[in-house]
Design a protein around this ligand. Structure first.
Ligand code: NI
Length: 183
């Protein structure tokens, strides 16, 4: 396995539309997925799409750690490392919510991005078995973020309120101050 180089915003590979994976069970795809998972864990990311490691193919990996769920009854999913190859995503309902997101291609920054609360997605894994389902909350948000990478879309292109965009440390400090000021 290997840790892969992550493309940063400004690199053209992040703006192109990725191509479908011809054979999801091919050994080189299995190797790519293993390397992407290792890279995501090394960078402590929640997700990583193939174009972010300079491979313009339609697949991404992600995970949902316990600390990422909001506590909302519909947002308690915790998932180990997952892969989705040749995904489809369908937004369900009209519910859109601002959720804080970061991206390994935009290091050090985060923003509140509007996302559908509920989605249905599908794809296959490296054995060709179907994956996906109907999901909500963080799980739905991370799938929308990673899927966007396959169409050359980065989260700033989805933003509606640029006052909620900044450096991780500054936002964390501001949130801690706001919390402390509450009676
Ligand atoms: Ni990203």
């Amino acid at each position: 396995m290997a840790i892969l180089k992550i493309a940063r915003m400004g690199h053209p590979v992040l703006l192109q539309r990725a191509e479908p994976v011809a054979d999801p069970t091919a050994p080189e795809i299995r190797r790519l997925v293993a390397d992407m998972i290792e890279t995501m864990e090394d960078a402590t990311g929640a997700g990583l799409a193939a174009p972010q490691v300079h491979v313009p193919l339609r697949l991404f990996v992600f995970r949902v750690n316990p600390d990422r769920a909001s506590g909302d009854a519909e947002d308690r999913a915790v998932l180990p490392n997952a892969v989705v190859i040749n995904p489809t995503v369908e937004l369900l309902g009209e519910d859109r919510r601002l959720r804080w997101e970061g991206c390994l291609s935009i290091p050090g920054l985060r923003a509140a991005v509007p996302r559908a609360w509920r989605i249905r997605y599908s794809g296959v894994d490296t054995t060709g078995a179907p994956v996906g389902g109907e999901v909500t909350g963080f799980h739905a948000g991370v799938v929308q973020h990673e899927y966007d990478h396959l169409d050359g879309i980065l989260y700033p292109m989805r933003m509606t309120d640029f006052s909620q965009f900044g450096f991780n440390e500054e936002i964390a400090r501001a949130q801690a101050l706001a919390q402390a000021a509450k009676p």
